[in-house]
Design a protein around this ligand. Structure first.
Ligand code: HEM
Length: 182
């Protein structure tokens, strides 16, 4: 994933966030089993909306980079990504539908699902499969190039030089103020 940070940091953030979201959804499922429906609705809504942000911020740019701009549709990783992407869109759209269906009256009567419990369980199961597929993609992609100590030294010296240059005009100004011209 090159989209935001230029290294696989974004993929690491996405992976950890996705595991936390799945844990959150499972906690929400337990809340429903305990008949705490208001809390269940709030937790699931938050997880689905956070996931929408992760899809738009991290996964769509990565998908675009590898599959569309990179024009790669064959090979194991590309096929995993395409399968994951298609199922991911379905899961997110169904999850958003469930939020609208449960929390609003925006869905017209003829499009309101009857067996909502089954739809919720199926979405959670698909979500868990997607996380597993995502882990598969994460493991299949090459790791970030290792930062050597000479890279760190180069970065520190560049920053020191830059901050010294930024400070110099201020110091020169201060000195000229201290010695008033005749
Ligand atoms: C419920 C929906 C989704 C879940 C639970 C999910 C989960 C995950 C997880 C756990 C990863 C591994 C972390 C990573 O490598 O970044 C991942 C990676 C990825 N996902 Fe998803 N995903 C979902 C939807 C989508 C959608 C809709 C797309 C495509 C538009 C997509 C495209 C990708 C791509 C391309 C990667 C590889 C990112 C990289 O490492 O460069 N995902 N996903």
């Amino acid at each position: 994933m090159q989209a935001l940070f230029g290294t696989r940091t974004a993929a690491d953030i996405n992976l950890v966030a996705q595991l936390l979201l799945l844990a959150g959804l499972l906690a929400g499922f337990i809340l429903a089993r305990r008949k705490c429906f208001a809390q269940h609705a709030n937790v699931q809504t938050a997880m689905v909306l956070l996931n929408l942000a992760l899809i738009l911020l991290f996964m769509v740019p990565s998908f675009y980079g590898y599959i569309i701009a990179g024009q790669s549709v064959s090979g194991r990783v590309a096929q995993l990504m395409i399968g994951h992407g298609v199922l991911g869109i379905i899961a997110e759209v169904v999850a958003l539908y469930l939020i609208l269906r449960m929390r609003t009256t925006l869905i017209p009567k003829q499009f309101r699902l009857g067996n909502i419990k089954f739809a919720m369980r199926a979405t959670l199961a698909l979500w868990a499969v997607l996380v597993l597929l995502g882990i598969g993609i994460y493991r299949a992609l090459p790791p970030a190039p290792h930062c050597s100590s000479s890279d760190s030294l180069a970065l520190i010296s560049t920053f020191t030089l830059w901050s010294w240059r930024m400070r110099r005009p201020a110091a020169v100004r201060q000195r000229s103020r201290a010695t008033p011209s005749t």
